[in-house]
Design a binder for this molecule. Sequence first.
Ligand SMILES: [Zn+2]
Length: 290
Amino acid sequence: MAADAHRYKMGDIEVTVLSDGFRMVPVDGNYLSNATADDLQKALAAAGQPTDKMKNTYSPIVLTTSGKRVLFDTGNGSAAAAQSNNERGTLNANLAAAGTDRSAIDVVVISHFHADHVNGLLMPDNSKAFPNAEIMVPENEWKFWMDDGEMSRAPKGRMTELFANNRRVFDALKRQVTRYAWDKEIVPGVAAKGTPGHSIGHTSFVVTSAGKSMFVQSDVCNNVSVFAPHPDWHGFFDQDPPQAAATRRKVYDMLAAEKLPVQGYHFPFPALGRIEKSGNGYRVVPTGAT
Ligand SMILES: [Zn+2]
């Protein structure tokens, strides 16, 4: 298996983690709204990380369950690969290198409507990246971003840009999606769990097979070196920062108590770890495989 793909079994379900690359993020006063750039630098230094820039990585996964190939989130898209000299948007290339053509994906499950999760739904010519896949989206996320009233009231800047991007992507797909509800099984062995705050309809997933379980957290926390030890910090990318922080504590208390393995979309590749309590927060212990 190529270095940018990692495969393991979770009960009878096969999990393939695929790198969609990375983006370097500046360490400055814009990243956190309730802590300073100095606090951020100290947290990174404490984690043994560089303090001038942070590496934000993207790791979509494919689950093979009951004979279906189910992709969770789509990365930044092939157009971003061309624009970034293949730093990001590398999902399709890594999927092919791991032996799966994108036309063989049966279902795409979207966790939330941020660009690094939905832009990969389209090829650079706006055709479907996964031409044979059913696209499943959280129903409350869909309702918010497709509501013209919400769009008209959105603060200018990041939010209006997100509305425009989501309309661009889903209009190109003729809005042909299946909306799913929380607390239901959405594909065999996978239940959707509401973890709001990062966005209105932000969703995580519990995967269960043959008596084993794991948690797919999506963006409950972004940079683990920053938000695991400081779960109450507010990132600029969280739509409702207090709710995001409350969700983070609730989910990580549960994961630490139940010792569940967790796939974290923005964890360092292969984006797999376990959560432990540490001080007033948490620590993510990386695990190569379950
Ligand atoms: Zn994200």
